[in-house]
Design a protein around this ligand. Sequence first.
Ligand code: UDP
Length: 373
Amino acid sequence: MRGFVVHLVAAARPNLMKVAPLWWALKDQPWCRPRLVHTGQHRDAAMAGAIMAELGLPAPHVALGIAAGTHGETIGRTIEAYDRLLAADPPDLAVVVGDVHASLAAAIAARHRGIPLAHLEAGLRCFDRSMPEETNRLLIDHAADILWTTDAVADANLRREGIDPVRIERVGDVTIDTLEMMRGAIAAHPGPAGLGLVPHRYGVVTLHRPANVDRADTLAPLLAALADIARDLPLVFPVHPRTARRMAETGLALPPGVHGLPPLGYVAFLALVARSAVVITDSGGVQQEASHLGIACVTLRPATERPDTVTRGTNRLADAATLAAAVHAPRPAHPPHHDGQARLRVAAAIRRLAGAVSVPAGRAAVRAPRSAS
Ligand code: UDP
């Protein structure tokens, strides 16, 4: 039997945490043939291969090999390469996750080939149209046939944009599935002890958004604000390759008290986050993970596509001028918002699409990778 062929399209690091739970949920289903399509937007070991291995993902069934370039290069070349694959060997469903340039490219290619297209993590909006990811989210959502959302705010965003509600299904947040599946490995990792840091007496920093790191006149005040905080609280900063490149180009360096590291593996990074006092970030995924772990988060952006992290009180928005006050602000404790079972709902939705007998989401047989128990 051929099985229902599903492309899981991954491009950059944050996509891996979103396709992994789908892979776990689908790989042993007799009715389904999931295929990992890696576009190549992130391709070095630290940003791709090592994390794929940790998360129990297979080597990509198809590697399009399109390295990150300008937005025009990444989007254009990925459309061309994915379109060629779709023409030669069309799947029954293409699943695009997240909001990076190659995700948009894959969505456009699938749309134009008439391949049914699902967007996982649909409906996220920060309403800041200057953020490249916001443009990508909008366009992917409006290209998709099926929109899997994380929460009611995302559903409302899509309805307001005129998307037919029958195409929207709230499945929850798959990145929390990944976090929960990997909790054992995260707890077993030495985390701060391996770096000589005292648990709950340090902060974790990640920065890579173009609006923060691309220009010296925005990056320098942020580094100065981190230097102030680091006088009282040591900071550890796994530096994203984009940020490292910009720092090298602009001659800026990390200040004393801010310990730079290369990008970390998923488990090593979350082992640091889980035992930190605060996370300072401009990442989408890290806001969500810190909030789920009950760790205070400060987001260095004017707006967030995850407003529930702010309304629930775990996350605060800040800039260089307000960072110190936000770091020291008290946070309410709160129960976790997501149940870590989103992949089961996605698998059930795909099974319905495949025309197989409909099963309740909670009864789909799903296994975690060996390392994730
Ligand atoms: N992450 C990681 N290693 C690091 C920093 C982050 O594995 O050194 C993980 C993090 O836990 C989250 C994801 O990478 O799951 C977020 O990726 P990124 O910040 O690059 O993208 P964004 O979420 O902003 O799109």
